[in-house]
Design a protein around this ligand. Structure first.
Ligand SMILES: [Cu+2]
Length: 116
C-alpha cells in the first residue's frame, strides 16, 4: 500500500502539531508581519509593539531613498540605502525597546517594543 504510506507521515505530523498547539503558534508567528511606512520623512506609525521573531516590513512610500538602522543594544542593524518603493523586512529577535532611525533624515524616529 504505497499510497497509504506516503500520506501517513505528514498526516501524523500535522495531527501532532495541531494537538500540541504548535501549528497554530507557527502560523501566527509567520502571519504576524508588522508594516511600517516611510511617508513624508516620517515613520508611520512612530511606535509599534510586536513579538520577538516576527518581522517588521519597512515600506518606503516616499519618492526618494531612506535608510533604517538601530544602534540600540540587542537590535543592531542597518539596511543601507533603501530606494523609493522598496519593502525591506527586519526581524527583531530579542525582547526590549529599540530606537530605529534613518541616517539620511535624522528627525525620523520609530520606537519598537518587542516582547518575548
Ligand atoms: Cu529617511
Amino acid at each position: 500500500m504505497k499510497q497509504a504510506g506516503r500520506w501517513r507521515f505528514p498526516t501524523l505530523l500535522i495531527a501532532v502539531m495541531a494537538l500540541s498547539g504548535f501549528a497554530a503558534d507557527f502560523v501566527l508567528a509567520q502571519a504576524a508581519e508588522t508594516l511600517v511606512y516611510q511617508r513624508d520623512i516620517t515613520f508611520v506609525p512612530e511606535r509599534i509593539e510586536l513579538k520577538a521573531g516576527s518581522p517588521v516590513v519597512f515600506v518606503n512610500d516616499d519618492r526618494f531613498g531612506h535608510n533604517v538602522y538601530s544602534e540600540t543594544s540587542g537590535a543592531d542593524f542597518d539596511i543601507g540605502r533603501q530606494p523609493a518603493g522598496q519593502r525591506t523586512p527586519v526581524v527583531f529577535r530579542r525582547a526590549g525597546t529599540f530606537e530605529v532611525r534613518c541616517r539620511i533624515h535624522p528627525k525620523m524616529r520609530l520606537e519598537v517594543v518587542v516582547s518575548s
